[in-house]
Design a protein around this ligand. Sequence first.
Ligand SMILES: Cc1ncc(COP(=O)(O)O)c(C=O)c1O
Length: 372
Amino acid sequence: MTSTFHPPLRTLMGPGPSDVSPRVLAASARPTIGHLDPLFVGLMDHVKRLLQFTFQTQNELTIPLSAPGSAGMEAAFVNLLEPGDKAIVCQNGVFGGRMKENVERCGGTAVMVEDRWGDPVDLDKVAEAINAHPDAKVLAFVHAETSTGVRSDAQQLCALAKSAGMLTIVDAVTSLAGIDLQVDGWSADVVYSGTQKCLSSLPGIAPITFGPDAVAAISARTHKVQSWFLDMNLIMGYWGEGSTRAYHHTAPVNAIYALHESLLMLEEEGLEASFARHEANHLRLVEGLSRLGLDMAVSECHRLPQLNAVLIPEGLDDAAIRRRLLSEFNLEVGAGLGELAGKQWRIGLMGCSSNEININRCLNAFEAILKD
Ligand SMILES: Cc1ncc(COP(=O)(O)O)c(C=O)c1O
């Protein structure tokens, strides 16, 4: 016999999804209307404007893709790259590796700039790679590496690429709304994110923005975009301004209600206030962890406030502790990813999860378990 699924009320302090506020959940439960209903079309326009505010951009092509952050990454690469193109890809964690995979699947060549997992992207190495490969079309990097908790200098990386006439692809899945990200101010060309991190909305949507140079590069393509679903030429017809929308796919209507509500909440709080809250709560958490004898994995100047990588002390059983946090405290924290598995915990303070109650709950739970 099947029965309705009733999930427990967890505290989500992993690498995402983050806690979704009751206000956003309530928005998602409102009646579904048609995705071409004039009222929904009006909502789409408002969501686009709120995303422009969030990305700090005037880019017309700023939309929520109906698919998760990975599709945002894929959309960036398949639209900018054509077979034979070269891209410089920075890797300092898991997600740079996925970028390489995307370049190769587009028929392009990835020139890798590698840094130790736990360090930011090295600007000097990137400058060297740009000098050595002036024919590269794209520089791609992750602003906030969720796998390591490291922030890279997106502003300087964009400046390096621009001065060499290259386009940038910026992964802002974890950075958007948690730390400053100025798409126009930094001249970033394609920037994508996810709804389940610092926006604290339902997972499964990828906000993305394309600047004028990126749009020009897409228009100048000589090969069709290899993905029908992610071809921006087609998606623009669906998300374009006004009432003449061409059917492309069926938008996840209720998830867009949720995104709209979470963006309204962000607008009410203000971007600067959101960044400041993430920073203040990060400092609170770090102080509490240090009282428990737990050390951070990333040097202070490169830490992300929304993703705190903590070194697991010698002799502790990572999986057993996370199991106890979940079963006894209803608390989710993240495991180390890739080569950091078993060595680090990743404690997320993203969006609605970034609050004092969560921090105290997390510290009390760790204290109780570590005593045992
Ligand atoms: C930096 C980064 N890029 C891309 C992704 C992929 O996003 P999604 O899991 O929504 O597909 C993630 C997800 O954690 C991420 O942290």
